[in-house]
Ligand binder design. Structure first.
Ligand SMILES: [Zn+2]
Length: 324
């Protein structure tokens, strides 16, 4: 449940009621269930090496230094309007990573960052501004699911100090390992005093739907938002399964893949643990066999917004046309 993770007597006396005056309610077709809408929010743009996105037989250090083919990627997070409160899936990047020379403490990290990514960010890409653009106050976010601890997914946590931040216990353990910053997990921007981190331990499930996964976690306690471990990009990466009557099921996979189609074809990115990624890909494909129509939605996939529109039978966010 969302509430069982909240500290007793916390914000709003433990209530998750939302001030709906600040919530942009979707006036298109409503589903019959606790979730009103699932939206992709863009928190800036970037470029990465083609070898990073689509994989390469060359060693990672080769393409980091000598790769010349850059491809664009969106930096996205997702907003779920649940009747118990607003839920964010990831929090975007902090634009200070470009403007603050000390954002990354280690010189080697600063040096490598711009050989791995080209960022196109402005102050408007910070999560509180992005949410305001969507008609939502950052202070109304009750829960943020953090798919994994990379800097482009935790960059907004300082803007939502009232929210419970759900992270897998396995992912959190990386912070205790030597040099998490070498994995682009920046402790100084994660272990901040205002952050209400809540570690998730996945519980066993006898639901055959989840066979193969190492447990589940029901975020709201109503079965509409189920967290599943999908490691590979990082050791503790997780995905969120959203199910509601009248919609196609949706799986927000974070960075398990950079594009839904790549997962279907077993095309690995140039980063992460190959064997673990392949195992998670296979689990997701098996899940889709059991849940026909499952929309696989990746954080850095330009088609994420359209996939969500189709799954929730809303007009396309990009074209304004009715999705079939
Ligand atoms: Zn990412």
């Amino acid at each position: 449940m969302i509430c069982h993770l909240a500290s007793p007597g916390g914000v709003s006396g433990g209530s998750l009621m939302v001030d709906t005056s600040t919530v942009a309610l979707d006036d298109t077709r409503r589903a019959s269930g606790p979730i009103t809408s699932v939206r992709a929010l863009t928190c800036g743009q970037a470029e990465q090496h083609e070898e990073h996105r689509y994989g390469s037989r060359l060693p990672q250090l080769w393409w980091v230094f000598f790769g010349r083919s850059w491809v664009p990627l969106p930096l996205q997070c997702f907003l779920i309007e649940h009747r118990d409160g607003l839920v964010l899936f990831d929090t975007g990047i902090d634009p200070a990573i470009l403007s603050d020379k000390r954002y990354i403490k280690e010189a080697i990290g600063r040096f490598l960052l711009h050989r791995i990514f080209r960022f196109h960010l402005s102050e408007a890409d910070r999560i509180d501004h992005v949410l305001a653009g969507a008609g939502v106050a950052a202070g109304d976010i009750r829960t943020a699911v953090i798919s994994h601890l990379h800097f482009d997914h935790v960059g907004g946590i300082a803007q939502i100090p009232q929210a419970d931040l759900l992270v897998s216990a396995r992912e959190w353990a990386i912070l205790s390992e030597p040099h998490p910053e070498r994995e682009w997990i920046l402790r100084e921007h994660i272990e901040i005093p205002s952050a209400r981190w809540r570690q998730i331990s996945f519980e066993p499930s006898d639901d055959p739907l989840f066979e193969g996964f190492d447990g589940i976690h029901d975020v709201a306690g109503d079965g509409t938002m189920i967290l599943l471990p999908t490691p590979g990009h990082t050791a503790g990466s997780m995905s969120l399964l959203i199910r509601q009557d009248g919609w196609d099921p949706i799986l927000l996979v974070g960075d398990l893949t950079y594009e839904a189609g790549l997962l279907e074809q077993d095309i690995l990115p140039g980063t992460g643990d190959r064997e673990t990624l392949l195992a998670s890909f296979a689990k997701v494909r098996r899940l889709r066999q059991r849940l026909p129509g499952l929309a696989i939605v990746a954080s850095h996939d330009f088609t994420a917004g359209d996939a969500l529109s189709r799954a929730t039978h809303r007009p396309s966010q990009n074209s304004g046309e009715m999705a079939s």
